[in-house]
Design a binder for this molecule. Structure first.
Ligand code: ADP
Ligand code: MG
Length: 230
């Protein structure tokens, strides 16, 4: 736990700033949203404008909630957790979204130690981000493989493999830069936040991608003996 906390210090300043700004913006946004809702309820030709404003407000809210995740490492709650169970829960959560996009999630878990010392909610957030990116990369549907395997020392490798649009080579380096997105409704924060969380857990994120072929996001994390308590 201690090592995790010391490492999270690095995030503190950026996190506090992000959280401060996000909270400050969130309050007026909530008020604006409420009044927009009231204005919209009357019949009017201005309805289209209200809808545009509402959708832009939603976009701001999405960015704010991702920024707030940046601040979370201060509230780290470290436990020994089974990645298998964590992944099952996350995929159950995203199943309907995958179905809607004709994406089939296929899990392949090698028999090995899958216990990691982690903040469960943060790791879930990371998995959700990578799975969502994979689904969004396959607009015509396809298979999303989630592999768990040991690297035969003391680390677990978690891979998210899609056969979607891929990332062109010149863009690969931009992945993880704040606000870099190629999507109309993207925030460009998910990858950066996920990478920060994994690094905070003494892990690494590696991306292998080929344009029009697909992408593999590999997360490597240190394992711990089952039921280690601290
Ligand atoms: P967002 O999803 O909001 O765009 P992210 O930080 O999650 O923001 O991702 C940034 C960009 O990285 C995406 O817009 C996309 O161009 C690229 N990307 C991430 N994951 C994938 C993937 N699995 N396949 C193709 N491109 C990806
Ligand atoms: Mg994303």
């Amino acid at each position: 736990t201690e090592a995790l906390l010391i490492n999270s210090e690095k995030l503190t300043i950026a996190g506090q700033l992000a959280a401060g700004i996000a909270h400050e913006i969130r309050n007026p946004i909530t008020a604006i949203k409420g009044f927009m809702h009231l204005m919209r309820s009357g019949k009017s030709e201005k309805q289209m404008y209200y809808d545009i404003v509402s959708s832009e407000i939603e976009r701001i809210e999405m960015i704010l909630s991702e920024l707030l995740i940046l601040a979370k490492p201060q509230l780290i709650h470290s436990e020994c957790k089974d990645l298998r169970a964590l992944l099952s829960q996350v995929t159950t959560l995203l199943e309907s979204q995958a179905n809607m996009n004709n994406v089939q999630i296929l899990m392949e878990f090698e028999p090995c130690n899958t216990y990691v010392q982690c903040d469960e909610n943060q790791l879930k957030q990371v998995c959700i981000n990578f799975i969502k990116n994979a689904i969004e990369a396959m607009p015509h549907g396809g298979d999303l493989f989630i592999h768990l395997k040991s690297n035969h020392t003391d680390r677990i490798l978690l891979r998210f493999i899609d056969h979607g649009c891929g990332v062109p080579e010149h863009i690969l380096a931009k992945l993880g830069q704040p606000f870099f997105t190629t999507k109309e409704k993207g925030t460009g924060l998910g990858f950066m936040v996920s990478k920060k969380i994994i690094e905070n857990h003494h892990g690494t994120v590696t991306v292998m991608s080929k344009e029009n072929k697909g992408t593999t996001v590999e997360v490597s994390l240190p394992t711990v003996p089952k039921n280690r308590t601290d």
